[in-house]
Design a protein around this ligand. Structure first.
Ligand code: NAD
Ligand code: ZN
Ligand code: ZN
Length: 386
C-alpha cells in the first residue's frame, strides 16, 4: 500500500510498504477514506519529538472496516468508522475507573510508566506517534491496523459525510477537553491562544458549553479571520497588541475566567527566549502557557491542549500561586467525549468541516506538510484522501 512514512525530521515521503495485517484478535483493518494532518504531526516533522525508526504517521483517520479479529463483535466488514487517536484497551484502571484513555496501562507496553519524563515513562499508545508512544503505524495511509477495535472506533451515521465527522478522531474532542477541564458553567469569558485547528475547535466548544464571550488569539491574520468566520469569536493579534492588557481592558481589569493554550511548545517567540531555552536544554518554549497565566483572572482556570515535552526553567510558579490558578492539560481523552460530540455534530449544533482549506490526494501529502507547517497558501487544515 501507499503510506506517508517518517524518515527523519523534515523528511516524510509517500512510500510503498506492506499492507497491515491482523496481529491480535481485537484488531481490525480499516481502509482509510479520509485522514488529516495535525499540529501534533508537525512536532515530529520539525524534530521536537524524534524517532530513530521509520513509521507511518497520522492519528486522525477514518474509513471502512475491511477485516476484523475474532474478538471484535461490534464491527463488521463494510462498516464506516471514525477512529479515536488514543490507543486504549478499555479494560485497565485508567480506561475503566478514570476514563483517562490516553493513560491506558496496556497499549504502550515498552515505554509506559508513571514518570512522564523526557525519555521514559510515557502514556498510552498513540497512532503514528513514534516508538515512545507504542511504535504503532498511523493512518496517513491506504490501510491501517486498529488495535482494541472493539473499544475505540465509532460507527458513523450514513447521513454524515467523511468531512463532517473526521475531526471527531482528535481535534474536536481535544478542543472540547480544554473547555471541559475548565469546568465551564456558562457565561464565562474564554480566551483561546492559537487559532489553528485545535484552537478553533476549542472556541466552538466554549460556545457549546455556554461561554459568554470567546476570544481567539494568534499571530497569523488569516487564521484570526478563520476563527472569526468559523467560530464567531472576537480576535486579538498577538504581534500587534499586548494580549493580557487587551483582555484585562475587556474584563473590567480582571482578566479572563478561562485561558486555553492551543499552541504548545512550538510557539512563536523572541530571539532571546529561543536562545535561553536552547541553552537550558529545553524542547521548545512555554511562552504561551506563561501568556495564559498573564491573561487569566485571579482564581481562573488555565488549560492546555498544546503539547509540551520537557522541563522549562523560569516557569512563573509564583504567579500561578499568587493568582491561585487552576491548571489542567494533556492528551485528550477522546473516547470519553466522542459519543456525545457525534450527537452534537449529527444534530447540527457544531459544524466541523468549515476549517478545511486543503483537500489533497495522499500522494501529495509531502506538499500538505510543507504548506501546513509554513502557514503557506492560507492553510488551516489539510485533509488527505488515500
Ligand atoms: P497549529 O500549529 O496549526 O496551530 C498553532 C497556532 O498557534 C498557529 O495558528 C500559530 O500561528 C499560533 N501561534 C504560534 N505562536 C503563537 C503565539 N506566540 N501566540 C499566539 N498564537 C501563536 O496546530 P494545531 O493542529 O491547531 O494544534 C495546536 C496544538 O495542540 C499543538 O501543540 C498540537 O500538538 C496540540 N494537540 C494536542 C492534542 C491533545 O490531545 N492535547 C491533540 C491535537 C493537537
Ligand atoms: Zn491530532
Ligand atoms: Zn487501558
Amino acid at each position: 500500500m501507499k503510506a506517508l512514512v517518517y524518515h527523519k525530521p523534515k523528511d516524510v515521503k509517500v512510500d510503498t510498504i506492506p499492507d497491515p495485517i491482523i496481529k491480535d484478535s481485537r484488531d481490525a483493518i480499516i481502509r482509510v477514506t479520509a485522514t488529516a494532518i495535525c499540529g501534533s504531526d508537525l512536532h515530529i516533522y520539525n524534530g521536537l519529538i524524534p524517532d530513530k525508526q521509520k513509521f507511518v504517521v497520522g492519528h486522525e483517520f477514518m474509513g471502512i472496516v475491511e477485516e476484523t479479529g475474532t474478538d471484535v463483535q461490534n464491527l463488521k466488514r463494510g462498516d464506516r468508522v471514525v477512529v479515536p487517536f488514543p490507543i486504549a484497551c478499555g479494560q485497565c484502571y485508567f480506561c475503566q475507573q478514570q476514563e483517562l484513555h490516553t493513560h491506558c496501562e496496556n497499549s504502550n507496553p515498552e515505554f509506559y510508566g508513571p514518570e512522564g519524563d523526557l525519555t521514559k515513562g510515557k502514556g498510552g499508545g498513540l497512532f503514528g506517534y513514534t516508538s515512545m508512544y507504542g511504535g504503532y503505524d498511523g493512518g496517513q495511509a491506504e490501510y491501517a491496523r486498529v488495535p482494541y477495535a472493539d473499544f475505540g472506533p465509532r460507527k458513523v451515521p450514513d447521513e454524515l459525510t467523511d468531512e463532517q465527522v473526521l475531526f471527531l478522531t482528535d481535534i474536536f474532542p481535544t478542543g472540547y477537553s480544554a473547555i471541559d477541564w475548565a469546568n465551564l458553567q456558562g457565561g464565562e469569558t474564554v480566551v483561546v491562544f492559537g487559532c489553528g485547528p485545535v484552537g478553533i475547535m476549542a472556541q466552538k466548544s466554549a460556545w457549546l458549553r455556554g461561554a459568554g464571550r470567546v476570544i481567539g488569539v494568534d499571530i497569523q491574520p488569516y487564521r484570526l479571520e478563520k476563527a472569526k468566520q468559523a467560530a464567531g469569536s472576537e480576535v486579538i493579534n498577538a504581534t500587534e497588541q499586548n494580549v493580557a492588557e487587551v483582555v484585562r481592558s475587556m474584563t473590567e481589569g480582571r482578566g479572563a475566567d478561562v485561558c486555553v493554550d492551543a499552541v504548545g511548545m512550538e510557539a512563536d517567540r523572541s530571539l532571546l527566549k529561543k536562545v535561553t531555552s536552547t541553552l537550558g536544554g529545553q524542547v521548545g518554549s512555554a511562552k504561551v502557557l506563561e501568556d495564559c497565566f498573564d491573561a487569566v483572572r485571579r482564581g481562573g482556570m488555565v488549560t492546555t491542549t498544546g503539547v509540551y515535552a520537557s522541563y522549562h526553567n523560569n516557569f512563573p510558579l509564583g504567579k500561578f500561586f499568587d493568582k491561585g490558578l487552576g491548571l489542567r492539560g494533556g492528551q485528550a481523552p477522546v473516547q470519553r467525549h466522542i459519543d456525545y460530540l457525534m450527537e452534537v455534530v449529527r444534530d447540527g449544533k457544531v459544524k466541523l468541516d468549515d476549517i478545511i482549506t486543503h483537500r489533497l490526494p495522499l500522494s501529495e501529502a509531502e506538499h500538505g506538510y510543507k504548506i501546513f507547517n509554513e502557514k503557506e497558501d492560507n492553510c488551516v487544515k489539510v485533509v488527505l484522501k488515500p
